[in-house]
Design a binder for this molecule. Structure first.
Ligand SMILES: [Zn+2]
Ligand SMILES: [Zn+2]
Length: 297
């Protein structure tokens, strides 16, 4: 699991990784096929931005903190993959810099994270639910949950304190983040708290520990809706790039044709590099001070 505070991990190192890169010709023919398909849907004027030629890509091998080794390609310059932002699979959200999605069967549960930012809102319309209860509900429960009319809900994108993005359903269509959460009636919360603890005493394995703790936090804060925390389904699979290896340009470049002065990396990349270099300098200074103090003693 990626470190909870986004970006708070050691910088990735460039080194030789075990195994070897896939054959260039294999990767190239795969890319050409993928790109030809993609270009059918994109006007040719936009190809350089959304469907570039293979020769724009640099190849890397990376090792993740789950020990998996993956191959990546980056367009444009040779900014290391650990300083870039990668997306979750499909049309997934951008992950914090240097993280990559790697799903493992035993990745564990989706932890609760605090919501730190409210983003875009969208509305989704649903048809009326069928009268017949689904498999997972009995008639009594279904009578409570069922929407007998078509309805529309507002979904808000939220950024969590791990840096990942999830969606939250608003309590009503006109709700906005400035309104803050709505609290339940205090006497009702008191009663729910007593009943919840009684339920856990009689059935200790009812919920896993992290769910139980979430319910307790919700009860203790008056049952706020929407909740100030949300389960992060990305955290269990977001891994950190710990090392990378240069493989080379996709199509070998004639050194003589290379521009004399390659394009500098993006500003945010330079800023991150500077912060890291400063942190490393601080660390070395502290070590030196300790070393000198040791010599004096
Ligand atoms: Zn992995
Ligand atoms: Zn997360």
């Amino acid at each position: 699991m990626a470190d909870r505070a986004a970006g708070m991990h050691l910088p990735a190192t460039a080194r030789r990784l075990p195994g070897r890169a896939r054959r260039r010709t294999d990767v190239l023919s795969e890319y050409e096929e993928f790109n030809a398909d993609r270009r059918r849907r994109i006007p040719s004027a936009l190809w350089p931005f959304f469907a570039p030629d293979a020769d724009q890509y640099y190849r890397w091998r990376v090792q993740l903190d789950c020990a998996c080794i993956k191959e990546l390609m980056t367009p444009g310059d040779r900014t290391p993959p650990s300083e870039r932002r990668w997306r979750a699979p499909g049309d997934g959200e951008a992950l914090p810099p240097g993280q990559l999605y790697c799903r493992h069967e035993d990745s564990g549960h989706a932890p609760y994270r605090d919501i730190v930012e409210w983003g875009d809102r969208r509305e989704v319309s649903f048809p009326a639910d069928p009268a017949e209860p689904p498999e997972w509900a009995d008639a009594e429960v279904w009578a409570l949950l069922r929407h007998d009319e078509p309805h529309t809900s507002a979904f808000w994108k939220v950024t969590l304190d791990c840096g990942h993005v999830e969606e939250v359903v608003a309590p009503t269509l006109d709700w906005k983040p400035d309104h803050g959460p709505r609290l339940a009636d205090p006497s009702r919360v008191k009663q729910m708290t007593v009943e919840f603890e009684q339920l856990l005493t009689s059935n200790p394995t009812l919920e896993p520990e992290y769910q139980r703790e979430h319910t307790r936090r919700m009860l203790a804060s008056g049952w706020p809706v929407p909740s100030p925390e949300r389960q992060c389904y990305t955290c269990p699979h977001a891994r950190v790039i710990v090392a990378y290896q240069h493989v080379g340009w996709f199509t070998p470049r004639n050194e003589a044709l290379k521009p004399a002065c390659p394009a500098p990396p993006a500003r945010d990349v330079l800023e991150r590099r500077l912060r890291r270099a400063e942190a490393e300098a601080d660390r070395l200074r502290t070590q030196l001070t300790r070393y000198d103090e040791g010599q004096d003693a």
